[in-house]
Design a protein around this ligand. Structure first.
Ligand code: PBG
Length: 308
């Protein structure tokens, strides 16, 4: 069943990773509904995040930069739905927009690129990242490391590494894999680097009142991924963090419950507050409460990184 004579319009950013994720989503929809190729049209929308490359995300306005223009296209009905890396979707969303579906989650871990391990890095290594989480985790593992700001898409970061700007960088395994670069870097175990909330998940948003589109998208949503990512997002809600805030979190399905792990880390890597718990997937408050407890246990300096 196609909704109308015209193709469904899928909105996405234009980066190679975003386009790969958009094509995966279009393929999943066509397969699930038995539609011919071309039933989903990919519409690229440039975001401020794509335009501004020389400053840290946190400095120029945060994650909204990745969604603002796609939100506008949705509300103005230029597109029927938008595909995002869930990691880049702000915790608070406009009420008119709903997270309608998530594709099955990919590898949630980070890869270290440029060295075989943290131990194998030279003394006083220079590591490129613009993620406060990765910066704090690297500094905890290697207190002698210097972190340098590293933005741009995956290819840009790999080019900066190849040019010798840094000794190493960290990238999400999911992004590398989706770009056909699964052989780049070494995968870091979760116990060494807990990933970012929502890492490895692709989400699809639509207008909350568009029942026909919501139904079409529900058919390709992965329940476990949805529950886990929502728990990680609820945790963020409890923390009130921004993209300045060094937060790691991961939920995994454990029988009929979720095992939720989370940590907040001071930028110098010397203070870590962590917790893990088994929670009911339907219990939105449990994850939020964990976020609040982490803050309660943090020093004033660490807590201040979570004040807007
Ligand atoms: N912040 C950029 C971003 N957003 C999502 C991914 C990777 C894909 C994912 O986590 O699903 C990346 C690149 C990276 O962190 O290496």
């Amino acid at each position: 069943m196609i909704l109308s004579e015209r193709p469904l319009r899928l909105g996405t950013r234009g980066s190679p990773l975003a386009l790969a994720q958009a094509r995966m989503t279009a393929r999943a929809l066509c397969d699930a509904h038995g539609w011919p190729d071309g039933a989903v049209a990919i519409v690229t929308v440039q975001t401020s995040g794509d335009r501004i490359q020389d400053r840290a995300l946190a400095e120029i306005g945060g994650k909204a930069l990745w969604t603002k223009e796609l939100d506008r296209a949705l509300v103005e009905r230029e597109i029927d739905f938008a595909v995002h890396s869930m990691k880049d979707v702000e915790t608070l969303r406009p009420s008119a927009i709903r997270i309608a579906a998530m594709l099955p989650r990919a590898d949630v871990r980070d890869r270290l690129v440029g060295a075989d391990s943290f131990d194998a890095l030279p003394a006083n290594p220079v590591v490129g990242t613009s993620s406060p989480r990765r910066a704090a985790q690297v500094t905890r593992l290697r207190p002698d490391a210097t972190i340098t700001l590293f933005r741009g898409n995956v290819a840009t970061r790999l080019a900066k590494l190849a040019a010798g700007d840094v000794h190493a960088t960290l990238l999400a395994a999911a992004g590398l894999d989706r770009l056909g670069q699964g052989d780049v870097g070494v995968t870091i175990p979760i116990d060494m680097m807990l990933p970012a909330p929502s890492q490895g998940a692709v989400g699809i948003e639509a207008l909350a009142d568009n029942d026909a589109v919501l139904a079409v998208l529900a058919a390709i949503s992965d329940r476990d991924t949805f529950d886990c990512v929502m728990a990680e997002r609820n945790l963020l809600m409890g923390l009130g963090g921004t993209c300045h805030s060094p937060i790691a979190a991961l939920a995994l399905v454990d029988g009929d419950r979720l095992h939720l792990r989370a940590e907040i880390i001071s930028p110098n890597g010397q203070e870590t507050v962590s917790e893990d718990a088994r929670i009911d997937p339907q219990d939105r408050d449990a994850a939020q409460a964990m976020g609040r407890r982490l803050l309660d246990r943090a020093s004033p300096a660490l807590r201040s990184l979570f004040e807007a």
